[in-house]
Design a protein around this ligand. Structure first.
Ligand code: SF4
Length: 198
């Protein structure tokens, strides 16, 4: 049997992920909105919206794998645009905590909408394809997190409420102890507000 030409499957997958990353980056520039957000500014708004606790600059720097001056500049710009508020941190008088303003929350809702092109593309996936992709990306992200190659994200695979393969042989084999419900691969969360580090 002759081998299929081209690089091996894992390299093809990496190429596919790079292509999707390019498409998302292009969309991020196109989706700057009325506040003319840069991709980093959009990431900060999205991150602050996803976690209601007041966040410090160091939290953002760590979560976005960026540098303190870069994050500081982006936050300054977001404050000037009226999307982010800086407040004295009640737990440390020398620290500043960051929260979204009302306009910031509205902008976060706009950013949370799945881009039309991506919505159309994802609607072509079967539920099995979606489940396989979520399972694969969750596994890869966890592995990269374990190697400290990327920041931690609040996903099922690292959550103390996640019970894998609790209901074997069913289409929802895992269990979320937080909501006390079975969950399937297609419902795996990559960013869950109820996540608790295992
Ligand atoms: S709380 Fe969220 S992250 Fe944790 S297992 Fe349940 S759905 Fe997954």
């Amino acid at each position: 049997m002759t081998d299929v030409p081209g690089t091996p499957a894992h390299e093809q997958l990496l190429m596919g992920l790079v292509r999707l990353g390019q498409a998302l980056r292009i969309n991020s520039y196109r989706n700057a909105g009325a506040y003319r957000l840069s991709p980093l500014q959009a990431d900060i708004v999205t991150l602050l919206a996803g976690d209601p606790r007041p966040r410090r600059l160091s939290d953002l720097t760590h979560a976005l794998a960026s540098s303190p001056p870069t994050i500081s500049d982006a936050v300054k710009t977001l404050t000037t645009k009226g999307l982010v508020e800086r407040q004295r941190d009640p737990s440390d008088a020398r620290a500043v905590s960051l929260t979204l303003t009302q306009d910031g929350h509205m902008e976060a809702s706009r950013l949370a909408r799945v881009p039309e092109d991506f919505g159309d593309a994802m609607s072509t996936l079967t539920r099995d394809d979606l489940a396989a992709m979520l399972r694969g990306t969750s596994t890869m992200i966890r592995s990269l997190q374990d190697r400290k190659a990327i920041p931690l994200s609040r996903m099922c695979l690292t959550c103390q409420f996640f019970r894998p393969e609790t209901h074997p042989g069913t289409d929802r084999p895992h269990h979320c102890a937080f909501v006390d419900n079975p969950i399937g691969d297609a419902e795996l969360r990559l960013d869950c507000p109820d996540h608790c580090e295992a």
